[in-house]
Design a protein around this ligand. Structure first.
Ligand SMILES: Nc1nc2c(ncn2[C@@H]2O[C@H](COP(=O)(O)OP(=O)(O)OP(=O)(O)O)[C@@H](O)[C@H]2O)c(=O)[nH]1
Ligand SMILES: [Mg+2]
Length: 319
C-alpha cells in the first residue's frame, strides 16, 4: 500500500532533499491522519531503518534574545555551503507565545540563497516554556538528520530555563553578546549547564567582546571546564571567527561518543513525550523517573522514540 509518510521517509533516507519541505509539512500537521503518516515517515528514518545513527551533525544554537544567533547562522550557513555541506536550520520562533509579538524589534532573519537546493531554513513554533521544543521540532530534526549533513536548531534560551536543545543535539553552542554578565553568572552558579562551545558575538564591537571572552574563559577554567572552547565571532562584514567556530563544533562532534549521546537523547525524548501526553501520573505508574529510565535500558538501542514511548505506555498501563 502506498503511504505518503513512508515514501517521504524513504526519499529522505536516500538523501533526496527535495522531499524535505513536504516531510516538514506532514510532521507539523496535527490532524489524526497526518499523525499516522508522520509516524510512518519517522519509522523510515529510525536508526533501525538507517542501519545506524542518522549521519547529520545536530547542532543547537541557543542564547538570550538578540544575542546574534540568526545573524551568526547566516554566515555559518554560508561557510558550510562553501565547504559543500548540505544544511537545514530549524529556527524556533518564541514570538507565538507569551509576548504575543517578536521579542525584539530588530531581530534578524537567517539569510540564504533561495535558489540553493542544499539549504533549508524553516521557522517552527516554540514549545510550552522558554527553551522548550515542541514535539514537531524534535521530530523534524530527526527526519532532516537522515538527509542533511548539518541540522541546526536555533532557540532562545536564557540559562535558567531548561533547554530541550541539549537533549536533541549532538553539540550545543551557547551564544552570548558582550556585556551579558548573566550567562557568566548562570554558569558560575551552576544554574546553566556548561555548553559544548561558547560563542561571544559582535566581536566587531572591540574591547567589550574581548573582555567577555576572557571572563568566560576564566569562569570555565575556575569550574575545571578546560576543554570548552570560547570563540569570538562577528557576523557583520567582514565576518570574523567563523572558521574557528566551525572547527570548534567539529572538534566536539568528533570527540563525542555519538551512539551513546543519541541513545540518551531518544530515551529523554521518549520520557518527555510520555509526560506531555499523559502527565506525571504516567511516570508515577512506572515507579518514578529513575525507574522509567531504567526500564528504557531494556529496550533495543536502535529503537526509535515512538517505539520507546509505546514500551513505556504499555508498562505504565496508559493508553
Ligand atoms: N555589531 C554587530 N551587530 C550584530 C552582530 N550580530 C548581530 N547583530 C545585531 O544584533 C541584533 C540581533 O541579532 P539577531 O541575529 O536577530 O539575534 P538573535 O539572537 O537571533 O535574536 P532572537 O532570534 O530574537 O533571539 C540585530 O540588530 C543584529 O543586526 C555582529 O556581529 N555585530
Ligand atoms: Mg534569531
Amino acid at each position: 500500500m502506498t503511504s505518503e509518510g513512508r515514501d517521504l521517509g524513504a526519499r529522505l533516507r536516500s538523501r533526496d532533499l527535495a522531499a524535505a519541505p513536504a516531510a516538514l509539512n506532514l510532521i507539523e500537521d496535527r490532524s489524526p491522519g497526518a499523525r499516522d503518516e508522520a509516524a510512518r515517515l519517522l519509522a523510515e528514518v529510525s536508526p533501525a531503518a538507517l542501519g545506524g545513527e542518522a549521519p547529520a551533525h545536530l547542532v543547537g544554537v541557543t542564547g538570550p534574545p538578540g544575542a546574534g544567533k540568526s545573524s551568526l547562522l547566516s554566515v555559518l550557513v554560508k561557510e558550510w555551503r562553501d565547504a559543500g555541506r548540505t544544511v537545514a536550520v530549524l529556527a524556533v520562533d518564541p514570538s507565538s507565545r507569551r509576548s504575543g509579538g517578536s521579542l525584539l524589534g530588530d531581530r534578524a532573519r537567517i539569510d540564504h540563497d533561495p535558489r540553493d537546493r542544499g539549504v533549508l531554513i524553516r521557522s517552527t513554533a516554540a514549545g510550552g516554556r522558554l527553551g522548550g521544543l515542541a514535539a514537531p521540532t524534535r521530530q523534524a530534526a530527526q527526519a532532516l538528520a537522515a538527509a542533511y549533513e548539518v541540522v541546526v536548531i536555533e532557540t532562545v534560551g536564557v540559562g535558567q530555563s531548561e533547554t530541550d536543545v541539549e537533549e536533541v543535539c549532538d553539540t550545543v553552542a551557547v551564544v552570548v553578546q558582550p556585556g551579558s554578565g548573566d550567562t557568566l553568572q548562570f554558569i558560575k552558579a551552576g544554574i546553566m549547564e556548561v555548553p559544548d562551545v561558547l560563542v561571544v558575538t559582535k566581536a566587531d564591537l572591540g574591547e567589550a567582546a574581548a573582555r567577555a571572552r576572557r571572563d568566560l574563559d576564566a569562569a570555565l577554567r575556575s569550574l575545571g571546564s578546560h576543554e570548552v572552547p570560547v570563540v569570538a565571532v562577528s557576523s557583520v562584514p567582514p565576518p570574523q571567527g567563523i572558521e574557528e567556530l566551525v572547527s570548534a563544533l567539529e572538534g566536539h562532534r568528533s570527540a563525542l561518543d555519538l551512539p551513546l549521546r543519541r541513545l540518551r537523547s531518544r530515551r529523554m525524548m521518549a520520557l518527555g513525550e510520555l509526560v506531555a501526553e499523559h502527565g506525571d501520573s504516567a511516570l508515577r505508574g512506572l515507579g518514578g523517573r529513575r525507574a522509567a529510565e531504567r526500564r528504557l535500558t531494556r529496550e533495543d538501542p536502535a529503537a526509535d522514540v515512538a517505539a520507546l514511548v509505546r514500551a513505556l505506555r504499555a508498562e505504565a498501563g496508559v493508553e
